[in-house]
Design a protein. Structure first.
Lengths: 334, 143
């Protein structure tokens, strides 16, 4: 080996062995420097690789986090889609329910219309021809025949009134409400005036408080007042001197309107029946009526979000109270 | 001049009898022509169908019109009467059983002149005649 190293190749151009050896040493020195640079480079590369691996881990973590986020997002989206679907289903069933109500209302309307026309047609024939007999054949009838005929005419009138009242009852449930302030004092005075004109023989003291204003539908409230005045007027008919008062009183922090009469009254044990259609507490002979008036009043008051109740004692008169929503303390009433 | 006729449009034979009677009691001298439903009423007014030979100039003085009839109801008849130049000014009195507000509102909207609840009685008929200014209709007792 040494021989090989120390012999100067002829083509190398070195003049002697020493030069050649020095040059070789230089080369070797250069090589070892190269090597350490390479090693450094390698270390640096390894470092970079290590760093890169760390980065990769972090990147993977980020990716996982993002995937989780995406997952979460997807499940959130699913949830919100499910919620949307639920909402759509709810809306759809609401729409269907409304359609049901609308169609039930239409049916009710058709029914009421049919009652109004078809049920009345045969009644009209009975009544009309009974009237013909009364007017044209009175002379040919004996006492019993005349009495029978009058009973027929009266029953026809009664049934006509029943149909009217029933239709009114169904109408107050159907009509659209237009709310506003209603001057109840003026309305009541006007109705009382009509009753006085219609029964000039009656002695009645009528007291209507000033400035009674209710929030509600004017036409429906006039139905309420008319029915309640009709009742008070009717149930005081056997009093020598009737007294009917319309006023307002505090009730449960709000105000209740009331009609107070000194009429025949009734036993409170039966009060629950009063607001049911066709329920009557008196005989037809004493006090005629169809038993639909208070049921109608109740429906109207309930449509107004109010309440109606009666306090009475047999022989001591009755007081009908009603409230209308819109008077804020209303909710606390009983 | 011969008094014009009254056209009664009514499908219920009982009501026809009662209405005729009320008219007679009201001393109405005019002849009464009867149409059994809405379709027949229009045929009468426009001289078509079974009334094709009628003189179209002979319009009735007043129409007493029932609302609920088979084939074509009173409201539709009223609509057609008001839609035609020739008949749109004819006085129309609606006869009905119903106390339904919507009938009243609908028929006034369509141009009904008056409204009588059945059975037609003398007092109501006289009131409608008065409202419509048709005093001459009640002329049997006049000289």
């Amino acid at each position: 080996m040494t021989d090989g190293l120390t012999r100067v190749p002829e083509a190398s151009g070195f003049r002697n062995r020493d030069d050649y050896a020095a040059a070789l040493l230089n080369v070797v020195g250069d090589l070892s420097q190269e090597k350490s640079r390479l090693e450094e480079l390698q270390r640096a590369s390894l470092n970079i690789l290590e760093d890169f691996a760390g980065e990769k881990v972090r990147f993977e973590e980020t990716q996982r986090a993002m995937l989780n986020l995406l997952d979460d997002f997807a499940s959130e989206r699913e949830k919100s889609e499910a919620a949307n679907r639920g909402l759509r289903v709810a809306l759809e069933s609401l729409r269907l329910a409304k359609e049901d109500v609308d169609s039930a209302n239409r049916e009710l309307e058709a029914f009421a219309y049919s009652v109004s026309h078809d049920l009345r047609a045969p009644l009209r024939t009975i009544g009309g021809f009974s009237q013909v007999l009364v007017e044209d054949c009175d002379a040919q009838l004996n006492e019993q025949g005349r009495d029978s005929l009058h009973r027929i005419v009266a029953a026809v009138e009664k049934m006509g009134q029943l149909i009217d009242d029933l239709l009114n009852l169904s109408r107050v449930t159907r009509v659209e409400m237009l709310r506003g302030p209603v001057d109840l004092t003026r309305m009541a005075r006007k109705i009382f005036e009509e009753f006085r004109k219609f029964h000039p023989e009656r002695q009645a003291e009528i007291v209507v408080a000033d400035d009674l204003v209710g929030q509600g539908d004017e036409r429906l409230l006039s139905v309420v007042l008319r029915n309640l005045i009709d009742n008070a007027w009717k149930f005081t008919s056997q009093r020598e001197k009737a007294r009917i008062e319309f006023g307002a009183a505090p009730a449960g922090g709000g105000q209740a309107f009331f009609f107070k009469d000194n009429g025949t009254g009734f036993d409170m044990a039966f009060a629950g029946k009063l607001f049911q259609p066709f329920q009557r507490l008196h005989t037809m002979r004493d006090f005629p009526g169809t038993g639909i008036g208070l049921a109608t009043v109740k429906r109207i008051i309930e449509r107004h979000g109010g309440r109606v109740w009666i306090e009475a004692r047999p022989g001591q008169g009755a007081t009908v109270y009603f409230t209308l929503a819109g008077e804020p303390e209303e909710r606390e009433v009983r | 001049m011969k008094a014009k006729s009254i056209l009664l449009v009514e499908d219920n034979p009982d009501d026809v009898v009662l209405t005729m009677r009320a008219l007679a009691k009201s001393h109405v001298a005019n002849s009464v022509d009867l149409a059994g439903d809405g379709v027949e009423a229009l045929e009468y007014l426009f001289c078509t169908g079974k009334y094709a030979g009628r003189d179209p100039c002979l319009l009735p003085q007043v129409i007493l019109l029932d609302l609920k009839m088979p084939r074509m109801d009173g409201l539709e008849v009223l609509r057609r009467i008001r839609a035609d130049e020739k008949t749109r000014l004819l006085p129309v009195v609606i006869l009905t059983t119903s106390s339904e507000e919507r009938d009243k509102v609908e028929s006034y909207k369509l141009g009904a002149n008056s409204y009588i609840r059945k059975p037609v009685d003398f007092a109501q008929f006289a009131e409608s005649v008065r409202q419509l200014g048709l005093y001459w209709l009640v002329l049997n007792e006049a000289p």
